[in-house]
Design a binder for this molecule. Structure first.
Ligand code: F6P
Length: 539
């Protein structure tokens, strides 16, 4: 396992040497550190200087990645090797953004031809909805698109729809329903007219309980509202899936299905057909700009040497903190209201990918894997949880994300936003010492309360403006950061067996809730909870 390699042991020793060095020390030893530790990739700037690293750290981390075989694994992923070994599948989300003139054949499939065939189908449909060619059953134009999906079939498109608000079609709104809690669909349908509503049922497998329950209820709402028969469904329901049989069984014509393939993981699918709601909202051209941003970062990840490779460096620095400092969590703090769902999106990307305890070889690891990913946009988070990040007992490495230009020009708060962004990273890194407080004449009884330890590391990601292209770069950056960590930890970042048990148990419990006399054979706690619910249900 990776923690038995000399490279891992070299990092343990290096950590012991560096543990007593502070960011203040590192900056005074090398005043040009910000310059030498800033990486630029196609206009995206990453300042890594406020990390507890020096040249030796980077060298050792790169050696660790090489020992884990990262360069070969990158090549294998892009080539279409079946690196998702537990499901015997290729992992080719990077092919979703290859240009039309590229070529890639995997397992006998002309991947590029198929990808662009579906993108063209999506573009035609999106244009038709946007210009009113596609109309509802009664001939009305579509005003609202409701995406019904969950996990990767919701978080990516929802995040991107919100992030690219500035590019939206002015008279088409998208709404997103994921939770099986009926309240979610109830809220999403509020104020909608069935005649002008189009449902996009997004499910890779087309077997997901939440999505099928919501889609079924949406269909009933539509038929009830239109007072029409099943033939009206064709104008108000389309599906995004890999499962044509499931789509047909649900009653959606497969001519209205946008396909993708088993080599696209759910959490890696926002630029496959799962992005249809986004394409309808922002238009095919902007969607293609987003794909170009993804592709640009893909190319960088595929070809840049590891020492200059931004996704790899970010992944390795994350490992440095997770495994050698033993810091379990990672905050993502976008100073952009439009990225308010970005941390939630990254939670699935990262935690469903690397929250694993078994290596590819089937051994249970004896080192930590996966991080707890969380965050909120700044400056909101500053007034909520930053207290813990500044003065709590366990440091939380953070990614700050900011943009030089605001999204909208009518309200000018951008200087205040950016000042807060820069100030937070500065305060976290350098803190405020007891001596500084005493010089300022702070009352002795408050000195320890008011001192900030500093030495709390962060990445600062800066770009010009949040465009579709830049969003594509950012998402691809995090996809490959996640991949890098999975490779070093030796886990399969592309399966998710850990979500299955709860699903199976829920399916067993559903009939037990409705049949008052069904025998219960769970533990005493679960039995009592079910009994309580049954009693309430019968009242
Ligand atoms: O249960 C987890 C999961 O399988 C995710 O990996 C996936 O993104 C989500 O459910 C939704 O799956 P589907 O797109 O097949 O409905």
């Amino acid at each position: 396992m990776i923690n038995e390699t000399p490279q891992w042991h070299a990092l343990i020793s290096h950590h012991e040497e560096l543990a007593s060095t502070s960011l203040r020390d590192l900056f005074s030893a090398d005043p040009d550190r910000a310059e030498s530790l800033t990486v630029e990739v196609d206009g995206l700037i990453a300042d890594l200087s406020k990390h507890l690293i020096d040249d030796v750290t980077v060298d050792l981390l790169v050696e660790l990645a090489e020992a884990a075989g990262l360069p070969d694994r990158i090549a294998g992923m892009f080539r279409g090797d079946h690196i998702n070994t537990t499901e015997d599948r290729a992992v080719l989300h990077t092919a979703l953004r290859l240009p039309r003139d590229a070529s890639l054949e995997v397992d006998g499939q002309d991947v590029i031809g198929d990808v662009h065939g579906v993108l063209d189908h999506m573009a035609q449909f999106a244009e038709d909805v946007r210009d009113g060619t596609w109309r509802g059953h009664s001939g009305e134009r579509i005003k609202t698109v409701v995406n019904i999906g969950i996990g990767g079939s919701d978080l990516g498109p929802y995040m991107a729809y919100r992030a690219l608000m500035a590019y939206r079609h002015e008279s088409i709104e998208a709404r997103f329903v994921s939770n099986v809690d009926g309240t979610h669909l109830h809220q999403a349908l509020e104020g909608l007219d069935p005649e002008t509503t189009l449902f996009i049922v997004a499910s890779k497998t087309f077997t997901t309980l939440e999505t099928l329950a919501n889609a079924k209820s949406a269909r009933a709402w539509l038929l009830d509202g239109l007072g029409a028969d099943e033939s009206s469904i064709a104008k108000h329901f389309v599906a995004l899936s890999t499962n044509a049989e499931g789509v047909a069984a649900f009653g959606i014509d497969t001519a209205n299905m946008f396909e993708f393939w088993d080599w696209v993981g759910g959490r890696y699918s926002m630029d496959a057909a799962i992005g249809l709601s986004v394409m309808v909202a922002i238009g095919p051209e902007n969607f293609h700009d987003m794909l170009a941003g993804f592709h640009s970062m893909d190319q960088h990840f595929r070809h840049a040497p590891l020492r200059e490779n931004l996704p790899a460096l970010l992944g390795l620095i994350g490992i440095w903190y997770r495994n050698f400092f033993d810091w379990p969590s990672h905050a993502v703090l976008p100073y952009s209201q439009l990225l308010d769902r970005f941390p939630a999106y990254l939670q699935q990307l990262d935690m469903e990918s690397n929250g694993k305890r078994t290596t590819l070889g089937g051994e249970v690891v004896d080192y930590e894997t996966g991080s707890i990913v969380w965050g909120e946009p700044g400056t909101n988070g500053q007034h909520a949880f930053y207290q813990l990040i500044h003065q709590g007992t366990t440091p939380v490495p953070a990614d700050f994300i900011g943009f030089l230009s605001p999204d909208f020009d009518d309200i000018d708060h951008h200087d205040a936003l950016m000042a807060n962004l820069f100030a937070q990273a500065e305060a976290l890194a350098f803190g405020k010492t007891v001596e500084e407080l005493r010089v300022e004449g702070v009352d002795e009884s408050l000195v320890s309360h008011k001192s900030f330890p500093g030495n709390r590391p962060s990445t600062m990601l800066i770009s010009g403006r949040l465009t579709p292209y830049v969003l594509g770069q950012l998402v691809s950056l995090y996809e490959h950061r996640t991949f890098t960590q999975g490779v070093v930890w030796g886990v399969n970042s592309f399966d998710q067996w850990g979500v299955e048990l709860g699903k199976v148990l829920a399916m067993a419990i559903i009939p037990e809730l409705t049949e008052a006399t069904a025998p219960l054979e769970h533990d005493s706690s679960t039995n009592a909870l079910i009994e309580r619910y049954r009693k309430h249900r019968m009242m």
